[in-house]
Design a binder for this molecule. Structure first.
Ligand code: 9YT
Length: 134
């Protein structure tokens, strides 16, 4: 069994920050679970373009409010505590936070921990593993 806390993981290299979000990657590819698990904070009054072309992702809102827009059809879905959005088609989307949102996210395939969003808001596959860089 593996046990980790948000508090301790936040203090490690598994915490990644960008201009509009920060994410604590609590479970990654090298844990061999077949998915990764993240607690992501989306900062208030921000918009983040995201397009995970190589990963399927589900995102559950723990706290805060905002919306997600799918770029292909311009549909807007409100997000509030209890909402789960499921990007089952590698959907390109815009994530907007009206207040700070805390989200629990799972990815298949799992992230390995070193990914940064590229210019399309995507992650490339096969980036070097976190453990290889420590
Ligand atoms: C809300 C969302 O899409 N989170 C994704 C995970 C986060 N961007 C990360 O860990 O890179």
């Amino acid at each position: 069994m593996i046990v980790r806390t948000l508090q301790e993981t936040e203090q490690s290299q598994r915490c990644v920050k960008s201009a509009t979000w920060k994410s604590v990657r609590m479970l990654l590819a090298d844990d061999n679970m077949g998915f990764s698990f993240h607690i992501t904070t989306i900062f208030a009054n921000t918009e983040t373009p995201i397009w995970y072309q190589n990963h399927l992702e589900s995102v559950y809102c723990i706290s805060g409010e905002g919306e997600v827009e799918t770029c292909a059809d311009g549909k807007i879905y409100p997000i509030k505590p209890g909402t789960l959005y499921i990007l089952d088609k590698n959907d390109k989307h815009l994530l907007r936070a009206n207040s700070e949102m805390q989200m629990a996210c799972v990815f298949n395939p799992p992230l390995n921990g070193r990914e940064v969003h590229d210019k399309n808001g995507a992650y490339q596959l096969n980036e070097p593993a976190l453990s290889a860089q420590e």
